[in-house]
Design a protein around this ligand. Structure first.
Ligand code: KG4
Ligand code: ZN
Length: 341
């Protein structure tokens, strides 16, 4: 397949996609790579109260939100249930109760409308979320996937053929942002809050560790968390939150950018893609864009709306897989810890 996405056969016709793996209830309608509608109903307010995600509360919120999200997605696409030709659902990995809600809803709809359906890996959704933009996507490319649950450098040989070449040994990059934000008293989720505080901060003010050194494509963010805790304790009321936020953002984004650009160089990639919730970070986007320009590499990243969790990315992968004849049966399970296919 090597060459181009244009040579791929997508499923012809509208596909309903459902994503409920964590704390966003999302439904989307796609036709091939085109997103007709994408609804994301966030549980952030509820989880903010608890300072993080409570799995059982997340599952119950999905129960309430999933059918209204599907209805709104159909309305915004100006379609009805009878126009649908297939269903894609995220069935792995994620919180088991949360995943079960989306999977059960999709099975019921597939059964009642006699539609083909396919389970999609959440990480594959992120990796191929660049398909939601109309740009040509060259293969092979290197993908930096950075979210609340993932930090991976993936060599994408061709769509559906992935090789993880680097990953975090402990916390994910999004987790590092979230933990840093919590220690600074900025609440949950922390990535966006750190980015906002950092706008008026000095990134060189506090020296923070960047994890593993040397010629590696792996990451470690647990030392950063400990260093932030020590900094907060040491500085007390003298801590400048803006400077601390800027320094945390600097530590995380510089190591991510450096490793991803190294990987693209080592692996003769035709492009570098940036996906996942942390890809919404403006400093990281800028660093990689400039690094790619210097290296003569194409840089691709989805619209920020398709970086954080969304069903549209599940839909484009589903459309690709359904187009290749992939189908799941009504006994399809959920897999909380599944590896990338
Ligand atoms: O992909 P995502 O929505 O969910 C997972 O699959 O985990 O990613 C959520 C993560 C959170 O850790 C959040 O703090 C981070 O993405 N995030 C950001 C930004 N927006 C969201 N991190 C840094 N800068 C941002 N602007
Ligand atoms: Zn995600």
């Amino acid at each position: 397949m090597g060459g181009a996405i244009e040579s791929l056969t997508f499923f012809p016709g509208p596909v309903l996609a459902i994503e409920t793996s964590c704390d966003e209830t999302s439904a989307a309608i796609v036709i091939e790579r085109k997103v007709l509608s994408s609804i994301v109903s966030s549980q952030v307010d509820m989880h903010t109260k608890w300072g993080g995600i409570v799995p059982e509360a997340a599952a119950r919120a999905h129960v309430e939100a999933v059918l209204p999200a599907i209805e709104t997605a159909l309305e915004q696409a100006s379609l009805s249930m009878s126009d649908l030709k297939g269903i894609a659902v995220c069935n792995r990995p994620g919180l088991v109760g949360a995943l079960s809600v989306g999977v059960t809803a999709s099975k019921a709809l597939a059964y009642s409308r006699k539609l083909p359906f396919v389970g999609v890996h959440h990480l594959e959704g992120h990796i191929l979320s660049v398909l939601t933009s109309p740009d040509a996507i060259p293969f092979p490319h290197v993908c930096l996937t950075v979210s609340g649950g993932h930090t991976e450098i993936v060599r994408v040989h061709e769509p559906l053929k992935y090789e993880i070449v680097g990953q975090t040994l402990d916390d994910a990059a999004g987790e590092a942002f979230d933990k840093g934000a919590r220690l600074l008293g900025l609440g949950y989720p922390g990535g966006r809050a750190i980015q906002e505080q950092a706008l008026s901060g000095d990134p060189k003010r506090y020296k923070l560790p960047k994890g593993l050194s040397g010629n590696t494509l792996d990451f470690s963010f647990s030392g950063l968390k400990t260093a932030i805790l020590r900094l907060v304790e040491k500085e007390g009321n003298n801590l400048c939150v803006q400077d601390a936020a800027a320094s945390i953002q600097e530590a995380i984004t510089s190591v991510l950018a450096e490793r991803a650009l190294n990987a693209a160089d080592k692996l003769d990639a035709h492009a570098l893609t940036l996906v996942g919730g942390v890809a919404a970070n403006q400093v990281l986007r800028k660093r990689l864009k400039e690094g790619c320009e210097k290296a003569g590499l194409r840089f691709l990243t989805p619209d920020p709306a398709y970086c954080t969790d969304n069903a549209a990315m599940i839909g484009v992968v589903g459309s690709l897989r359904l187009g290749l004849g992939h189908r799941d049966g009504f006994d399809m399970d959920v897999f909380p810890n599944a590896q990338l296919p």
